[in-house]
Design a protein around this ligand. Structure first.
Ligand code: ATP
Ligand code: MG
Length: 225
């Protein structure tokens, strides 16, 4: 397994109340494979991705990044944060490109976080941008791009370090049907080519069915289809 989790629990305090969002999630993602997760709004999909990326701490549970075992209830160490830049790429619904940086610089951010060689990374960034069909937008700032183009840039950024895993949280959620379809095809195809495993959160059944395996998050646990 390239990514796995056992018994992930997460609860949030809501005033006096304690809400248990995840109640023991088990997950396994094999190398160079894809898995989609569906579930009602508010069921904890984003929370789960944040735990797997070690951006949030769990109430309890274990995570493995390849052979590295992690206690999900502890905060990510500096070493893990450095490792994460090489291990994981993330694609968000709202793109989260840095508005002050141009397209090429946005893609290169991930490479510099991972301490990669600048010239090699630049070549790879250009290669990925051309694969995404936005090579000619390199010097534009994100504000001048359409939503579909922004998400293509975000996919290139996620893939810059040849990550073992890509986490995508409703990557087509802000796009119209046709653009969403094009972006999803690019995401699936490029993860496959790069041999990056893909964990895809989506509300779209057709997209979910395009992955190797499908699962539903319901009542705090992940159930395979
Ligand atoms: N930081 C937080 N503090 C308190 N409650 C939170 C926090 N983050 C998430 N929650 C709650 O946890 C639940 C799960 O949220 P989450 O964003 O993971 O859902 P989701 O499945 O991604 O939903 P959507 O499909 O709408 O994106 C929600 O009830 C939400 O209000
Ligand atoms: Mg969400």
């Amino acid at each position: 397994m390239i990514l796995s989790a056992q018994g992930l629990c997460k609860s949030f305090r809501f005033g006096e109340q304690q809400i248990e969002v995840l109640r023991g999630v088990d997950l396994e993602l094999a190398e160079a494979s894809s898995l989609s997760i569906r579930g009602d709004s508010g069921c904890g999909k984003t929370t789960l991705l944040n735990l797997l990326a070690r951006l949030e701490t769990a109430s309890e549970g274990k995570i493995q990044w390849k052979e590295l075992s992690l206690d999900a209830s502890t905060k990510a160490s500096t070493q893990e944060i450095r490792l994460r830049a090489n291990f994981l790429g993330v694609v968000y619904q709202a793109y989260y490109l840095i508005p002050e940086l141009n397209v090429l610089e946005n893609v290169l951010i991930g490479a510099s976080l991972a301490g990669r060689n600048r010239i090699e990374s630049k070549n790879r960034a250009r290669y990925l941008l051309s694969k995404m069909g936005v090579e000619e937008k390199q010097t534009q700032i994100p504000q001048k791009l359409s939503g579909g183009e922004r998400q293509r840039v975000a996919i290139a950024r996620a893939l810059i370090n040849q990550p073992k895993v890509v986490l995508a949280d409703e990557p087509t959620g802000n796009l119209d049907e046709r653009t969403g379809g094009e972006v999803m095809d690019l995401l699936l195809e490029s993860c496959q080519q790069e041999k990056s495993s893909l964990l895809l959160v989506t509300h779209n059944r057709t997209f979910a069915e395009a992955t190797d395996r499908q699962a539903f998050l319901q009542d705090g646990s992940l159930n395979p289809l």
